[in-house]
Design a protein around this ligand. Structure first.
Ligand code: ADP
Ligand code: ADP
Ligand code: ZN
Length: 218
């Protein structure tokens, strides 16, 4: 069973690795950022609540995020494993997640911590592009699409996220340092943390993650 968390600062490569992991392990990919962006686009009540936080590069309040994740983890497709991407992002979120899973006789099996230097993150985030349709992740230099502006997977339009503007990127990295980085110690103390050098090429990081998962699962 793989109940995995992808942990790391914005731009570390969580979404990129999630795409590859989904292909290999066929697990549902739960990205809270994708859920919020979809809600904002729809203009649903959730989107209306979340929009100001996303635009400012701040975290959506814990109770809102946790409610959404619990509902998602309750779905039948998550009973055989899942990949959490961008959640938890605060200690209270992690505590609520642990309590919720324990109540259902489940637990997190691996926390994949992807480590990247802040200067590299700024270049990655300001050069990131995303498919509007399938959320596939690209980079103008590191991972361009074959045809400019068009998604390799689905032919969708590739765009730049509003919160990937440099000023918001700096704010998000600050928020990571203050509110999310403490999760590294939280999961290390619980014996779940595996750390990877996220500055290696995408495929190298992926191979190392797979190796660690397979060692663990025998
Ligand atoms: P990135 O992949 O660049 O780190 P995400 O797509 O994960 O960014 O998140 C985008 C935004 O969505 C965050 O800046 C925040 O406003 C909101 N968000 C996503 N996940 C969470 C979470 N677990 N808790 C609070 N806010 C979140
Ligand atoms: P996160 O989900 O952690 O915010 P992404 O997966 O969206 O990060 O990656 C951020 C940007 O960095 C994207 O433009 C992606 O193409 C690029 N990227 C991801 N992993 C690597 C890597 N190992 N080397 C170089 N660029 C990468
Ligand atoms: Zn696409």
């Amino acid at each position: 069973m793989i109940n995995m968390i992808l942990l790391g600062p914005p731009g570390a490569g969580k979404g990129t690795q999630a795409e590859l992991l989904v292909d290999r392990y066929h697990l549902p990919h739960i990205s809270t950022g994708d859920i919020f962006r979809a809600a904002v686009k729809e203009g649903s009540p959730l989107g209306q609540k979340a929009k100001a936080f996303l635009d400012a590069g701040k975290l959506v309040p814990d109770d809102i995020v946790v409610g959404i994740v619990k509902e998602r983890l309750n779905q039948p497709d998550c009973q055989e494993g899942f990949i959490l991407d961008g959640f938890p992002r605060t200690i209270p979120q992690a505590e609520m997640l642990d309590r919720y899973l324990a109540g259902a006789d489940r637990q997190i099996t691996a926390v994949i911590n992807i480590d990247v230097d802040f200067e590299v993150l700024i270049r990655r985030l300001t050069g990131r592009r995303v498919c509007r349709n399938c959320q596939a992740v690209y980079h103008i230099v590191n991972k361009p699409s074959q045809k400019s502006g068009v998604c390799d997977h689905c032919g969708g339009e590739i765009y730049q996220r509003q919160d990937d503007a440099e000023e918001t990127v700096r704010k998000r990295l600050e928020v990571y340092r203050d509110q999310t980085a403490p999760l590294i110690a939280y999961y290390r103390e619980r014996g779940k943390l595996k750390t990877f050098n996220g500055e290696e090429p995408i495929q190298v990081v992926f191979d190392q993650i797979c190796l660690a998962l397979e060692e663990q699962n025998g």
